[in-house]
Write a new protein. Structure first.
Lengths: 312, 130
């Protein structure tokens, strides 16, 4: 089947297959993306990140439900870590979203990080584009906020929400985690637990110290996702941020920057992939390894040699 | 290319016993599969739709309530109707020997009863997945 065309015609199976092609780096993925690209750029992309157990999936479920009530269609990409040992993964975010499964206006896809070197953010971004081209109004990208690759994923979002919970340690943890810099909106989930107000104060103090804030101070909203408390207020803040960046031109700047990075990422990926394939095909890789092992060469000279050969 | 076998571990029916499903999910993860677990008490419609959205290669159903003669064939039918014609569909749980031929007839490729080593399930998936 022509996956791209079927997807544009509204086939959910085609959307699902397109994401598989992207994830598995099938050859047809490039062609699919090429056809879908002109139909992208219409969706609002909301990144959701935070520590494990913060309630990101439950909150995503509640936000998606609320957006559905507003008549918007929703796409959800839930990223969970792949085991670095077995390469396998348990993707369990759907457990919190079962009520959305049979809503035809919602499409949920779980992705494992698969340990690809930086390639994950590109794949996630492409999956977002597939959902965008499919016609979703709002796309949630949910990921555990630890580590560079997750931060990269979140960079693909128009608005980024950081979810925190009380009792995760003192304010130094918040600085260390580095997540303060990426949050456009903060949600304090499980706000019925002790320490929510304290966390609120600490977060505010941290934001007071941030000199880079131009004309947007990230708002903080306390919520209890499991009881659907504070959801409407949170949505108001998310929408406020989106309206703000649309108005002051930040959205255009963010998307332009993203396009720039995208070209470079695809370029790196293609060149790297091409050269790697060639080297592996010549069978010289083991030879190089042996040379380094025998102290006859070093990896830097070998790589510059390879590049010199390629550019001939 | 980074193809991974994706498995939906599903608990249809009303029993709340998911220890087996979790043991299997964990074993499949350790075998390098991507396991999507959707939790307890899923309707056949929910399972088929999740299988579609996740584009899984395998649907593994677990049931301990005795409703398998009704639910397993229904899920097979719905998954096929969604267009997942190649997906391998297997089931497990407390299933009397006598029920197995009918389940296989209905399209459940493999049926695994209590005591099955997880290695057997992994082997079966690897040999039969498309």
């Amino acid at each position: 089947m022509d996956i791209a065309q079927e997807l544009l015609n509204g086939s959910r199976l085609a959307l699902s297959r397109a994401i598989t092609a992207i994830e598995n780096e099938y050859d047809e993925a490039t062609d699919i993306m090429r056809k879908l690209y002109p139909h992208t750029g219409n969706a609002f992309v909301l990144g959701i990140t935070g520590p494990p157990g913060a309630g990101k999936s439950t909150l995503t479920d509640r936000l998606a439900t609320a957006y559905r009530k507003m008549g918007k269609t929703v796409g959800i990409i839930a990223v969970d870590p792949t085991s670095p040992f077995s390469g396998g993964a348990i993707l369990g975010d759907r457990i919190r979203m079962n009520d959305l499964t049979l809503d035809e206006g919602v499409f949920i896809r779980s992705m494992g990080t698969r340990g690809s070197l930086g390639g994950l953010s590109q794949k996630t971004a492409d999956a977002v584009k597939a959902m965008d081209a499919f016609g979703k109004d709002i796309i949630f990208v949910e990921t555990v906020g630890v580590g560079q690759s997750e931060v990269d994923i979140v960079k693909a979002a128009d608005t980024t929400m950081v979810v925190l919970i009380p009792g995760m340690g003192d304010d130094i943890q918040a600085i260390k985690a580095g997540i303060l810099e990426i949050g456009d909106v903060f949600a304090i989930n499980k706000a019925d637990h002790d320490g929510a107000d304290k966390l609120n104060i600490e977060l505010n103090m941290m934001l007071d110290l941030d000199g880079n804030m131009n004309d947007w101070r990230p708002p903080i909203q306390q919520v209890v996702a499991s009881q659907s408390k504070g959801i409407d207020e949170l949505i108001a803040k998310i929408e406020e941020h989106y309206a703000h960046i649309k108005e002051n031109g930040q959205l255009t700047i963010r998307r332009t920057e993203r396009t720039r990075n995208e070209i470079l990422d695809i370029l790196h990926g293609s060149i790297g992939g091409y050269i790697t394939k060639k080297i592996v095909a010549t069978g010289k890789l083991d030879e190089y390894v042996q040379q380094i092992k025998e102290h006859e060469a070093d990896p830097y000279s070998i790589v510059s040699g390879i590049i010199k050969d390629m550019l001939k | 290319m980074e193809k991974r076998i994706r498995v939906l571990v599903a608990k249809p029916g009303l029993d709340g016993h998911d220890r087996g499903a979790k043991v299997v999910a964990r074993a499949l993860r350790d075998a390098g599969f991507e396991v999507i677990y959707t939790g307890l008490r899923q309707t056949p419609e929910q399972i088929a739709e999740a299988a579609l959205q996740e584009d899984v290669n395998v649907v593994a159903m677990s049931i301990l309530s005795g409703a398998h003669p009704h639910l397993f064939p229904k899920i097979v039918k719905l998954v096929r109707e969604k267009g997942l014609t190649d997906a391998l569909i297997i089931g497990g749980g407390v299933i009397p020997e006598g029920d197995i031929p009918a389940l296989k007839e209905a399209g459940v490729a493999g049926v695994f009863t209590p005591g099955t080593p997880t290695g057997d399930i992994i082997k079966f998936i690897k040999e039969n997945v498309k």
